[in-house]
Ligand binder design. Structure first.
Ligand code: GDP
Ligand code: MG
Length: 391
């Protein structure tokens, strides 16, 4: 289950799965055939959809039990586990065609907090800014046990607050929330403490959900049955967070991508203008060729930005479907910008009176440097104008 061969085992699963709707089984055609998209169905051909889960909290706070309860895993819990090493423990588990990449935390106690904080925050930053939604964390949980009802200030200050501050939404889970001695009071106290601390420290962030959960069924010492509860609420909160992440991050990622691609285009163009051949004839074909190249490159750059936008939108829609979100991405999610093409601004080559042509010719004869400079300025201006028009 924890091996790298989850892709293969998933394929076996799909083949065996006979009780799926007919539309889905149609998807398992040879990969060479163009895939027709069935509205309302996440394309299976893309392989298992990735769901990255980060679960935080101290040892014994009920992290593994929570994962088992939420996702139906059977991960070993409690004492007896090898307690070697610190940091993140990763594994991939597949269920119902979804590959869950679980990042569980180990040995997180007060003394190792600074080290751990760096590792976790670095990982979250790297993943949550990815151009691929499948790289993001799709659910982040922080567990506190309602048995001990202990929340260390450092856990809030060093972990939860920085996560919220960087726009990473966290579902706070109060585990062991089943009835018990003064349990309701403890839960109320924890919720209040968290609310006050977070409002004070990150007033700009939406207050995370704080949800009491009982992850383990069983019996009390007195013989009463303990029922599990809280699963729907937690999954619902995680889904809501992901929906909001998609809405907020997609336009930002799109803009960053546009800026990066335009900057690269500008670099290439300026290099070309600095080094490309420019001759000294009136109808300056070599200069025009450079401009054509630059303009063609700009067109391709727009094409690449559009293609990335299409891919992001498709991926977002797949994740929204997976989150039971009925609404797909609003077509207007992409920030608009002016698509300038500056080749028309190149006025050296045609349509001049003879005297003007002579003037220009004389100018050209003086130096091809002036042409390089003129055109480089146009590249700069075009670049700036496109960026300025970006909403
Ligand atoms: N009754 C009850 N026991 C729980 C709950 N969550 C965890 N436990 C128990 O607490 C112990 C530690 O849980 P575990 O999931 O291993 O914590 P982790 O170290 O954070 O992964 C185990 O013996 C679990 O059975 C809960 O919600 N209710
Ligand atoms: Mg554990």
């Amino acid at each position: 289950m924890f091996t790298n061969s989850w892709t293969r085992s998933k394929q076996k699963n799909t083949a065996k799965n006979t009780d799926e709707p007919a539309v889905k089984s149609k998807e398992s055609k040879p990969v060479t055939e163009p895939k027709k998209e069935v509205p309302g169905v996440v394309p299976r051909s893309a392989g298992p959809t990735m769901c990255n889960i980060l679960v935080l909290g101290k040892t014994g706070s009920g992290k593994t039990s929570l994962l088992n309860y939420l996702y139906g895993f059977t991960l070993p819990v409690g004492a007896g586990l090898p307690k070697t090493g610190k940091g993140l423990h990763e594994q991939i588990l597949t269920r119902n065609g979804i590959a869950y990449h679980v990042f569980d935390t180990w040995g997180i106690e007060a003394d190792s907090l600074p080290e751990w904080r760096k590792e976790v925050l670095g990982l979250v930053t790297a993943r949550n800014t990815s151009m691929q939604i499948r790289e993001w964390f799709h659910a982040v949980y922080y567990c506190f046990s309602a048995n001990t009802a202990r929340i260390e200030e450092a856990e809030v200050k060093e972990v939860i607050v920085p996560l919220l501050a960087m726009g990473c939404k966290v579902v706070i889970v109060l585990t062991n929330a089943e009835d018990g001695y003064k349990k309701a009071e403890k839960i109320e106290g924890m919720q209040q403490y968290l609310r006050e601390e977070l409002q004070k420290r990150v007033p700009f962030a939406r207050m995370p959900e704080v949800i009491p959960v009982s992850s383990v069924a069983g019996e009390t010492l007195g013989g009463d049955t303990i029922v599990r509860f809280g699963r729907q609420e937690v999954l619902e909160a995680a889904r809501y967070n992901l929906t909001e992440d998609i809405a907020v991050r997609l336009p930002a990622i799109y803009k960053a991508n546009l800026r990066a691609k335009l900057a690269a285009w500008k670099e290439r163009s300026l290099l070309l203008l600095a080094n490309g051949k420019i001759s000294f004839v009136l109808n300056n074909n070599s200069a025009k060729q450079l401009i054509d190249l630059i303009n063609y490159d700009l067109l391709n750059t727009f094409g690449a930005v559009d293609a990335d936008g299409d891919r992001l939108e498709k991926e977002a829609n797949a994740y929204l479907l997976l989150s039971d979100e009925k609404k797909q991405m609003d077509k207007r999610w992409r920030p608009a910008f002016r698509r300038l093409s500056y080749v028309k601004g190149y006025e050296y080559s045609k349509g001049f009176s003879l005297s003007l042509a002579k003037d220009i010719a004389a100018g050209l004869m003086r130096s091809s440097q002036s042409i390089r400079e003129n055109l480089s300025r146009k590249v700069e201006r075009t670049h700036k104008e496109i960026l300025d028009s970006l909403q």
